[in-house]
Design a protein around this ligand. Structure first.
Ligand SMILES: Cc1cc2nc3c(=O)[nH]c(=O)nc-3n(C[C@H](O)[C@H](O)[C@H](O)COP(=O)(O)OP(=O)(O)OC[C@H]3O[C@@H](n4cnc5c(N)ncnc54)[C@H](O)[C@@H]3O)c2cc1C
Length: 318
């Protein structure tokens, strides 16, 4: 048992997602032989994947409108059972990749270790780290199985870096007859401004905003700063904003240059999703609020006074 080759399940349409590039960078650190898997046509992505150290892309080709879970897992299981197997496969913690990875785990009868934020090779096996208890403890899991090691990684766990390599070779793989799950409708979430998980500035609001009407101040400040608006779970659960806004353990993990927390207490489940931000600014009327424990700049005050003043100051400066 040793870790010589790692495949990464690549997501994206024309360009790989940030999470794909993050995992490729980690895979390269652990292994000199890094390949990618694409559920679909890989031609558009081969260049970017090669530039991130991928030598070969195993691609299923067009999936004919099926969700990737069943066909991609079946294609990979057939490939691996046929003797073409890496030592480990990395998947992102996304709906699509979880679907593929869990089905593959069952098909191959190999364990799947989920929710990881780091990995290393220890001796002859792979060890994955998962934050638990709201990120206060780290659980390390060493694979002891002989077969392929399947692991899921959370976004923003690694810094993506290019290698400058040329386009990866695309290898077509067969998709066995295995059934399909058809996509019957698509709902595109309405959004303006930058996307929460990649925005360089995030302005997030919590229960301390007081009301859904007051959340307009978070939206306004976001738009003035070209930032993405975010939220604590408390106000997502209250129905003020959609789940797509949620930052934290059960929401998105963000690492912007600047994170402005408005009326957010700083529960561990929230901190786990934003404490990696470069600069954290917190506005809270309670000087004992835990958010100040991670803040670089803290404003103790009422958001009803601080935020309008901040918005006015930015408007008059621009
Ligand atoms: C399994 C599990 C998963 C969870 N996942 C998440 C997650 O992903 N993300 C998440 O955010 N939470 C999550 N939570 C919930 C988390 O524990 C907290 O309940 C939540 O983060 C609190 O949200 P909040 O800070 O907005 O509200 P509160 O904790 O109620 O804090 C409101 C803050 O606003 C301040 N405030 C009040 N009025 C004003 C004012 N006028 N001006 C200035 N400040 C004011 C208060 O001093 C207080 O600090 C999870 C919980 C569990 C159990």
């Amino acid at each position: 048992m040793s870790i010589n080759s790692i495949w990464v399940y690549a997501e994206g349409s024309d360009v790989p997602t940030a999470l794909t590039l993050e995992m490729l960078t980690k895979a390269r650190e652990l292994s000199s032989d890094v390949c990618a898997i694409v559920g679909g046509d890989a031609a558009a992505m081969a260049g970017a994947l090669g530039a991130h150290g991928v030598s070969k892309v195993y691609a299923t080709g067009d999936l004919g409108g099926s969700l990737p879970g069943i066909p991609v897992a079946s294609a990979l299981a057939a490939l691996i059972d046929g003797g073409t197997s890496p030592d480990a496969i990395f998947f992102g913690q996304t709906y699509e990749a979880r679907d593929v990875a869990s089905r593959l785990s069952v098909m191959l009868d190999q364990p799947l270790v989920t929710n990881n934020t780091d990995a290393r090779v220890d001796g002859d096996t792979l060890v994955c780290d998962e934050p638990v208890f709201g990120g206060t403890k780290t659980l390390s899991t060493a694979f002891r199985n002989e077969g392929v090691k399947l692991a899921l990684f959370r976004p923003k766990s690694f810094e993506p870096a290019e290698t400058g390599g040329g386009a990866a070779e695309v290898v077509s793989i067969d998709v066995p007859e295995s059934g399909e799950a058809k996509i019957v409708a698509r709902h595109v979430e309405e959004r303006s401004g930058p996307q929460l998980d990649v925005a360089p500035i995030v302005v997030a609001g919590g229960r301390g905003m007081g009301s859904v009407e007051n959340f307009a101040m978070v939206e306004e400040l976001s738009s003035l700063l070209n930032a993405a608006p975010g939220a604590s779970r408390a106000i997502v659960d209250a129905g003020w904003v959609p789940y797509a806004y949620q930052v934290g353990q059960t929401g998105k993990v963000v690492k912007p240059d600047v994170y402005i927390a408005c009326g957010i207490s700083g529960a561990t489940q929230h901190l786990v999703g934003m404490k990696g931000s470069k600069t954290i600014i917190a506005i809270n009327k309670d000087e004992e609020a835990p958010i100040f424990g991670v803040a670089d700049l803290g404003i103790v005050g009422d958001i009803n006074k601080v935020m309008p003043a901040l918005i006015e100051a930015i408007k008059s400066a621009s």
